[in-house]
Design a protein around this ligand. Structure first.
Ligand SMILES: Cc1ncc(COP(=O)(O)O)c(C=O)c1O
Length: 387
């Protein structure tokens, strides 16, 4: 048996080593608290669950769905975009449901990349921005996100050669893992760059609904000209606590949406109709839910930031996402600090380097653990790592 060379080029699973260490600790009877993974700890809104249950009892939902999705769902996405962002979308040509942002981002690589081409990928970034192009038989070029530039990539640093062979650019604000919000004027710069080099921009909007301190995140599609050069991938996963449901949508440039649809008809058979009905309920009847969740994460953020500062970690409170991105103290690498925290406090934090080379020197904390566990984790950080 020989796996493909594409698969062999993909690095081993990010947390593999850390997971082994966690298992070893647990086997010793140590109560490890994981602040590693960003997966909301509270349930999906009841009315969304009820909508799913009712729809699942309707035999009409049991057959193969259409890959275009129900018209009512495409309309619900379009009216959400109009209400929330003031962005007009044609439900017939500019919206398609996706089985999670991950599926959509990955498949865009298959739809747009060829051998010899590349995707420009935020670094650090969601791993599919780098793994997707490689599995698609192409390459990725990291675009470093650094604190000195408010975690916006420097587009002028992209070589002429890379700009010419690039077909895709992956950006994401509010940003995982840095927690950064989009820098002023950055989306305009992206539109100009994409126009100049004929690149499809893919804005990953997985965290636009999870923001703090009154900040309201924009859609990339609010930027003049964005729809000519880009799509946005909007997910219900984080804002509505629906990570397990696999519900997202691609919206924006009609040609790109059409290419994605053509690819998808050859790969999967769409979203279970009952889940589509539930997604409509989320957009239409639970639009305020992410705001309530944001308040909860904001409280948790303040608790963690205070504890990190007490133990000498110089951290900037994020204004969005469910993560805190912090520099490791002097004398540590990302990996050695995460190991130190695990050893000393039995708390798991993620090494920044696992999100790309520019993540070295940072670690990430996820705020998606129940309040009492987070309080316990914070106490452990204070008592084991303080002073
Ligand atoms: C930036 C980013 N994009 C996409 C995803 C995956 O979203 P979905 O559950 O919609 O596939 C995540 C999940 O952590 C993420 O952080």
């Amino acid at each position: 048996m020989k796996p493909s060379s594409r698969l062999e080029k993909i690095p081993p699973y990010l947390f593999a080593q850390l997971e082994q260490k966690i298992s070893a600790k647990k086997a010793q009877g140590i109560d490890v608290i994981s602040l590693g993974i960003g997966d909301p700890d509270t349930p999906t809104p009841d009315l969304v669950i009820d909508a799913l249950a009712d729809a699942a009892r309707e035999p009409g939902t049991h057959q193969y769905p259409s890959n275009r999705g129900r018209q009512e769902l495409r309309e619900a996405v379009a009216s959400f975009y109009q209400r929330r962002f003031g962005v007009d979308l044609d439900p017939a040509s500019e919206v398609i449901p996706a089985l999670g942002a991950k599926e959509c981002i990955f498949n865009l690589n298959l739809a747009f990349l060829d051998l010899g081409t590349c995707a420009l990928a935020s670094d650090p970034g969601y791993p599919v921005y780098s793994g997707g192009p490689v599995l698609g038989g192409a390459e990725y070029v990291p675009m470093p996100l650094l604190p000195a530039r408010e975690f916006a990539p420097d587009l002028s640093a992209i070589s002429a050669e890379d700009a010419e062979r690039a077909r895709l650019m992956f950006i994401n604000y509010p940003n995982n893992p840095t927690g950064a919000i989009v820098a002023d004027g950055f989306f305009d710069e992206v539109v100009d760059f994409a126009r100049a080099h004929d690149i499809l921009v893919v804005h990953d909007a997985s965290y636009t609904e999870t923001t703090f301190d009154g900040y309201v995140a924009p859609s990339f599609l609010e930027t003049p000209g964005a729809k000519e050069v880009g799509v946005e991938v909007f997910s219900l996963s984080k804002g509505w606590n629906m990570t397990g449901w696999r519900t997202a949508a691609i919206v924006g440039n009609a040609d790109a949406v059409q290419a994605y649809w053509k690819l998808k008809t050859n790969i999967d058979s769409g979203m279970f109709e009952a889940v589509q009905v539930a997604a409509i309920a989320a957009f239409e009847q639970a639009a305020d839910f992410p705001r309530a969740m944001s308040l909860r994460y904001e409280r948790r953020r303040d608790q963690v930031v205070a504890a990190l500062r007490e133990i000498g970690v110089d951290v900037t409170p994020p204004r969005g996402t469910i993560y805190i991105w912090a520099p490791v103290p002097d004398g540590y690498t990302s990996a050695s600090y995460c190991e130190h925290v695990l050893e000393q406090a039995a708390v798991v934090v993620s090494p920044g380097s696992s999100y790309g080379p520019s993540g070295e020197g940072f670690f990430r904390i996820s705020l998606t653990v129940p309040d009492e566990r987070l309080t316990e984790a914070v106490e452990r950080l204070r008592s084991s790592l303080g002073g």
